[in-house]
Design a protein around this ligand. Structure first.
Ligand code: 13P
Length: 258
């Protein structure tokens, strides 16, 4: 498995150009060798491109259309995002699934468009509180992964997955690191069984109440390839602390020293 851990911030419907500027100032002195990206609202992408281009911090988007072009009012295509230097695009985040009725099928089509445009889709999967309570977590993950495997085929090997238990998002209560590790192992088994992808092919991030205090324990887990951070990605100091924790882990795993 690639020992370099990945940190992605999801600003959701927050942020501003001045906020981006403060991130750019701190990112100029960022830890090397460990990728990190901020997924900002669409209108901030040109500013992200201008302000972050000279820093190690990458930028991304929070959604893309399942269509390539045409009469789709309000939609933004993956190709348009690529033209703004976007590297990562989140698809299927649970807020979009809940508020916009996005299905597993649509999410998979969005991931396919992103890949075709040369972007890396960060595909969110995860169980709801009801599914967790009914002990149907593995079943929910299997359903979501099967649809991705059907739509993407071997290309599934080129996505980044983000496991976000829906109930943990914005709750202040991250899943315990040991349980994150166990669930990521289940996802890796499902990928091997249903898509023929050996463990480690698809990086699996964890998302849901990651912050500067718990990041190190979560990132220290073997099955955790990185984190997808919501609220704590809005404060530059917190985001940098999480990025530092990831860089530290990457160095420990690869043994190349500080
Ligand atoms: P929080 O880190 O605020 O829980 O949000 C996680 C998330 O939804 C990232 O996509």
């Amino acid at each position: 498995m690639n020992p370099r851990k990945l940190v992605i911030g999801n600003w959701k419907m927050n942020g501003s150009v001045p906020r981006l500027r403060s991130f750019a100032a701190l990112a100029a002195a960022a830890p090397g060798g460990c990728p990190a990206a901020l997924c900002v609202p669409y209108p901030l992408l040109p500013a992200a491109q201008t302000l972050l281009a000279a820093t190690p911090l990458l930028w991304g988007a929070q959604d893309c259309s399942a269509e390539d072009e045409g009469a789709h009012t309000g939609e933004v295509s993956a190709r348009m995002l690529a033209e703004l230097g976007v590297r990562y695009v989140i698809v299927g985040q649970s807020e979009r699934r809940a508020a916009h009725g996005e299905t597993d099928g649509q999410v998979a089509l969005k991931a396919r468009r992103a890949l075709a445009a040369g972007l890396t889709p960060v595909v969110c999967i995860g169980e709801s509180a009801e599914e967790r309570d009914a002990e149907q977590t593995a079943l929910a993950l299997r359903r979501q992964l099967l649809q991705l495997a059907r739509t993407l085929g071997r290309e599934l090997g080129a996505v980044v997955l983000a496991y976000e238990p829906v109930w943990a998002i914005g709750s202040g209560q991250a899943l315990a690191p040991g349980l994150i590790d166990d669930t990521h192992a289940v996802i890796a088994e499902l990928l091997a069984f249903h898509a023929g992808l050996p463990a480690g092919t698809v990086p699996i991030l964890y998302g849901g109440s990651v912050n500067a205090r718990n990041a190190q324990a979560i990132l220290g887990r073997q099955q955790v390839a990185g984190v997808l951070v919501g609220g704590a990605s809005l404060e530059a100091a917190d985001f940098m602390a999480i990025w530092q924790a990831a860089a530290h882990q990457g160095r420990e795993v690869s043994g190349i020293g500080a």
